[in-house]
Structures are given as C-alpha cells and as structure tokens.
Design a protein. Structure first.
Lengths: 199, 199
DNA sequence: GCAATAATAGGACGATCGTCCAAACAATGT
DNA sequence: ACATTGTTTGGACGATCGTCCTATTATTGC
C-alpha cells in the first residue's frame, strides 16, 4: 500500500508550497503538478483544502517538536540550546530571504482566515514553551516566559526586516547580539540589565 | 471631473483591502463591489492589478511621510517622537490583532512577488530613516541606524506575536519596555547598557 | 482466486479570476 | 449647438479555481 507514502508526500509538498507561495495562492493543480499525480487523486486523500491545511499544520507541529526534542537530547547547556534556535535564521537564510519565516507567515495567514483559530499560535507555542524551559534551566524563574517571548519576537522581527532589506549582514549582526544577550542572562541571573550592543 | 475623486477612492479602498485580505486574494470584483462601481470602470483607471498595487504603495508612502512629518513638526523631544511611533501598535491594535502590521504584511507579500523589488522596503525605509534621525537628535551617533532597526524589528516582532496569541496585555507590556529602553538611551548616551526588563 | 476496498486518472461543474471591449452617458471647449 | 474627450456600465473572453464524479487500475481480506 503505497498510499500512505503518497499522503505523506502530499503533505510535505503542500507544506513547502504553502510556505513559498502562501496558502491562498497555492492551488490543487499546483500541488498535483509538483507531485506528478492527478487532481482527483489529491482530492481522494484530502476532500477539502482546509483538511489539507490541517494536515500541514500537524506535520509542521511534529517536525518542530522533533527538532526541539533533538536539541534537548543533544546534552547542551540551555543557553547553547537557545543559541541553536537563534541560529535557524542564519541556517535557513536562503529561504527566509525570499519567503520569510515559515512559522510567522503561516501564523499570519491563519489569523486572517480565522482570528479565533487555535492553530495560529500552535507552532509558536511549541517554541515558546521550549524556550521557557531553557530559561528556567538557566536559573531564570519569574521571567522565563517573558524572555522566551522576547527571543521569539526578536527572531521574527529580524526575519521580516532581513527579508525586506535583503540584508544578510544585518541578520548575522543581530543574531550575534542575541547570543551575547543570552550569555548575559546566564551571568546576571535574575538581574535585569541586558547587554544588547557592541561586542 | 469627478474621475480624480474616483481614482483616489479606488486607491484608498484597495489599500484597505490589500491590507485586510492580502494583495493576491483581493480581486477587482471585491474592489468594485466595495466601491459601488463597475469592474470596467475600475479597469479604466488601472489597466492592471500591478498598476493598482503601485498606486497603493505610493499612497502608503505619502500617508506615512505625512504622519512622520506631523510628528516631527509637533515640537516633541526626539525620544517622545520615538514613543509616539511605538504607540501605533497599541493605537491600531484593533486591526493589527486581526490583520497584522500593514507595513510588515505588505512587505512580505512584495518580497514574494519580486524578491529584488525596491518597493518591499520603501515604507520600512521611511520609518528607518525617520527613527535614525530621532536617535541622532538624542545624541546617539554611530549606532543611530542600528537602534532604528532595533525599534523597527521590535515592533514587528511584537505585532506578529501579539496577533498570533491575540494577547493585548503582552503588547502593552512590551511597548512599556520599549519606552523604558528609549529613556535609557537618552540617559546613557553612547553607552551600550540597555534596560529591557522590569519597570 | 474472487469479491471488496483503496488508489489513481481524467474530466465535468459552476464560480470567479484578470483582462478587455463596445456602447451609453457626462463633461468640456469652442 | 456640436464635436470631442473622458467616465462609466455591463458583459464577453479564456483561464483557473475548489469541488465532485465516474471509470479504470492496484491492493487487500478471505
């Protein structure tokens, strides 16, 4: 039964096209062509575009969880794990430059489709909870979630401006600053002074 | 000759729908219905959707420039002008919550349409240069542009996460933090220590 | 080995897309 | 008053959209 494979391939390709083109703009025919299958076959696996979108969201969630679990299993210090997260925007710059952050762009589209949808922040919540845990491991208590949100917000802003200006140097500099900030968090546990500029 | 009026109305409504629905998703029929005119009339004023998009970008640029000029003419201290900018996300939260930041979302769409387009960062550049000027007026020399980009990035990140989580309290807290940071910039001119947490 | 089920192809369907056009209408200059 | 120009309408056009349906081909359970 190669249908499971087909179904998975559909979700993977859909996740890619939803990212690079946008959900609304990507058609069933686009997907069928890219997959080398017929439109009818695609419809057989997903009766509606919304069903496909839900599957894609599930796929992204699983993918993200797997990545985060891997980082947590890699016996790194919590601040190094956070730096590992920050490095994504450099690692994936080739795509982010053209298509933005996959999490941010999908979330924005989902909010527009349905403002009250839980899905809009599900992937963000995965990162948020994971980052919070890392900050807690660093000894930060009360403000762990606040710091996690700041890291998320920071990376989102950098992705948008980096993409808008097509400026990789800016991105690298900002990530370097974020890395310093994370280190400063370790040194001044519970302190509120944060080094954000100059190396 | 009421055609100029019609043309302006088209651009205004298009700017609104491009924001709330997205450029790709908004059709000529959507616009015509909203405007109460025929599709043919719309085409008489703008031969192509791209021409309309360009007009909308020009409109946004003029609108933004006018707003910034107004703030600069309002005889405020430069740090208060920056705070005035930061306040936008609170002031326009009603729409940002559902449709994101109009500058960020349009920029993202423009990059996807044409990665090398100058238009993608034109509005951002307006804010960037204006913010840089304010920081210079505050006595910050070398890092004025860096600080401007940080303010931009910060507001973009907050808009995205605030919208994704539908959390106005988070937005207000972050803006308060940004305000403190701006004040700290004034106090520690040229210093690199930045207060980002706790009030 | 044969009925039952799943997978796939190909196309029909009504609707809507961006574009374009011909005709009616309004405004203007002389 | 009339010719000219600009505005507006309503709809035609080919293409494509999401959805759905019928046949044909694989796969499975017994």
């Amino acid at each position: 039964m190669s249908s499971i494979k087909t179904r998975d391939r559909i979700v993977e390709v859909a996740s890619e096209l939803f990212y690079t083109q946008g959900v609304e703009v990507t058609s069933f025919l686009d997907l069928a062509k890219q997959l080398g299958i017929s439109k009818g076959n695609l419809y057989h696996h997903f009766k509606t575009k919304n069903a496909l979108l839900n599957a894609v969201i599930g796929h992204r969630l699983g993918q993200t969880q797997e990545m985060l679990d891997g980082w947590e299993g890699a016996s790194l210090a919590p601040e190094d794990r956070i730096k590992r997260y920050l490095h994504i925007v450099i690692q994936n710059w080739g795509k982010i430059r053209f298509y933005g952050c996959p999490v941010g762009t999908l979330s924005s589209e989902l909010v527009k489709r349905d403002p009250d949808s839980e899905d809009a922040h599900k992937v963000f919540s995965l990162f948020r909870d994971w980052l919070t845990r890392q900050f807690v491991d660093m000894g930060i208590k009360d403000q762990a979630d606040e710091f996690a949100m700041r890291v998320l917000s920071w990376s989102q802003g950098v992705a948008i401006l980096g993409s808008a200006f097509g400026d990789f140097d800016y991105v690298k500099k900002e990530v370097a600053q974020m890395n310093l900030w994370v280190d400063k968090c370790r040194v001044n546990r519970g302190s509120s002074d944060i080094k954000t500029l100059e190396e």
